[in-house]
Design a protein around this ligand. Structure first.
Ligand SMILES: [Zn+2]
Ligand SMILES: [Zn+2]
Length: 91
């Protein structure tokens, strides 16, 4: 028995290099890898560039995908929207 590298389900296989239980898991893992590579490449591009917050002129981190710094990015209506979504899911 093997454990799927994506969902951790146990599965049986005769193929020694198979690490996912299904095509769905393999696709999901592949998509994530591609997304991670894309995010990484985008961050690398930002290196050495001066990006500043639209609102307060703070320097933006290369990990920040927005035009606002962390302090300016917290929008109260946005926060309550997210909280509502979380509560909705909990039901
Ligand atoms: Zn799986
Ligand atoms: Zn700011």
């Amino acid at each position: 028995m093997k454990h799927c590298s994506w969902c951790d389900n146990e599965f049986k296989t005769d193929i020694s290099y198979q690490i996912y239980c299904s095509a769905t898991c393999r696709d999901a893992a592949t998509k994530e890898k591609i997304a991670a590579r894309y995010v990484y490449a985008r961050r690398q591009k930002r290196k050495g560039k001066d990006r500043k917050c639209k609102q307060c002129d703070n320097k933006l981190s290369i990990y920040n995908d927005d035009n606002l710094c962390i302090e300016c990015n917290i929008n109260p209506s946005e926060v309550s929207k997210v909280l509502k979504q979380i509560k909705g899911k909990a039901k």
